[in-house]
Ligand binder design. Structure first.
Ligand SMILES: [Zn+2]
Length: 98
């Protein structure tokens, strides 16, 4: 299993039930709105990346967030918690606390 993304959850991640994906890592994930499976513990969940327009700096750009609200109860999903996303040789994704 290769760790492809690590994130320390922000207050916004926790409030929205999503995991912010940094732009430099976008290509490690399926494109926005394409459903894919992630394993969390023993179970698999369908999820997707959602792209949102943002004006935090000009010009208007997109932020990517991975939807996690429906499996957040399987994780320590609190501000400051470390999340690690891994991908195995078959391309399957898993998410766990780091
Ligand atoms: Zn922005």
């Amino acid at each position: 299993m290769n760790a492809i993304y690590r994130r320390t959850l922000s207050a916004e991640d926790v409030d929205t039930g999503t995991i912010f994906i940094e732009k430099s890592r976008w290509r490690r994930f399926p494109p926005p709105m394409r459903e894919f499976a992630v394993r969390v513990g023993r179970d698999r969940f369908a999820t997707r990346i959602v792209a949102e327009p943002c004006d935090c700096v000009a010009p208007t750009h997109e932020h990517y967030h991975l939807e996690a609200n429906h499996f957040r109860d399987r994780l320590n999903f609190v501000r400051g918690a470390a999340i690690e996303i891994c991908q195995d040789a078959d391309g399957a994704y898993s998410i766990a606390n780091a």
